[in-house]
Design a protein around this ligand. Sequence first.
Ligand SMILES: *[C@@H]1O[C@H](CO)[C@@H](O)[C@H](O)[C@H]1NC(C)=O
Ligand SMILES: *[C@@H]1O[C@H](CO)[C@@H](O)[C@H](O)[C@H]1NC(C)=O
Ligand SMILES: *[C@@H]1O[C@H](CO)[C@@H](O)[C@H](O)[C@H]1NC(C)=O
Ligand SMILES: *[C@@H]1O[C@H](CO)[C@@H](O)[C@H](O)[C@H]1NC(C)=O
Length: 292
Amino acid sequence: MKMWELLLSCLLLSQAGAKPVDENKEVNDCNYTAELLKEKLDRPYLLSTDYNTNTIYFSYTVPSKTDEGVENFTSAYIYLNTKEYGTINNVQDGFAQSVDQKSGDVYIGGSDGIYKYDHNTKNAELLGAKDTDIWMIYFKEVLYYSVFPSQFLYTLVDGTSTRFSDLEDTKVDHMVIDNENDIFFTNETGLFSQKKGTKNAVFFANNISVRALTTDMNGKPYICLNNGVYSINKKEIKLDLVFETVDAFGLTFDSENNFVCSDDTSIYRIKADKHKCNDGPFLLQSVNLGTN
Ligand SMILES: *[C@@H]1O[C@H](CO)[C@@H](O)[C@H](O)[C@H]1NC(C)=O
Ligand SMILES: *[C@@H]1O[C@H](CO)[C@@H](O)[C@H](O)[C@H]1NC(C)=O
Ligand SMILES: *[C@@H]1O[C@H](CO)[C@@H](O)[C@H](O)[C@H]1NC(C)=O
Ligand SMILES: *[C@@H]1O[C@H](CO)[C@@H](O)[C@H](O)[C@H]1NC(C)=O
């Protein structure tokens, strides 16, 4: 059982009394809309997009059917073109999602291993890391995953699991690889980058409450903290605020490269007016993702 206490161990005071989404707000000469995609979910987390089909995958918390007080997880999807929503029921405790953009293969990590999911047949089959509780997964050329509770990072190639040597000296909470083969990862200390194939970690930030680490369609890295979405500025080794949020839980992009962001109950697509905001990075402020 993965505990939210551990997940959110460095959670700062959560902000109460958030306002609902401002449907159409003008900030910095740039209009944006926050489109509600799905509500009434319990902490939608680990969002990932299949750009080929414009489908987002994520997981959320469900109460255990058998053990009172125990939390389980389920993987789910929203096919953005039609808003079709469904849960993926044949993965036990589906928690982590990632997509191979070249093949369109979808991988899901549950509490007893890693599954490969077929969007057409809606069937999932156990692929590897059998009997292992999976913490996170990430696909780029190969499948990376970390296990619970050690948080050590492995690769899974042809059914064989191997410790990933670049990051063998640290636990890994979130990780992503950008378009220049820079690995970004977070651990208890903070956010670091490391050129793939080296062991030279560059320190970016600490004292942050990390919810998601991802790239956009072009491979540009972003980090989602509880209080906002930031682009990772590699030149100046800092984080640039893109928009503020209240208690964000996840971040991904749709196949038009719009932000898709979740808070503790809902998933939104954040659309900026392309005509006014095409010089990016556009700065949106106080997108109050609606809470309760
Ligand atoms: C729910 O979580 C418990 C504790 O981790 C686990 O033993 C059980 O198999 C999970 N149930 C489902 C349906 O995934
Ligand atoms: C933003 O939208 C409002 C209402 O539709 C409009 O009046 C305003 O001109 C727009 N601003 C920009 C910068 O596009
Ligand atoms: C996090 O990673 C950095 C860089 O590899 C390392 O120096 C640090 O000790 C790690 N922190 C923990 C808590 O493992
Ligand atoms: C950590 O961040 C919080 C809120 O941003 C701030 O109040 C606090 O001083 C920071 N602590 C350290 C050790 O930097």
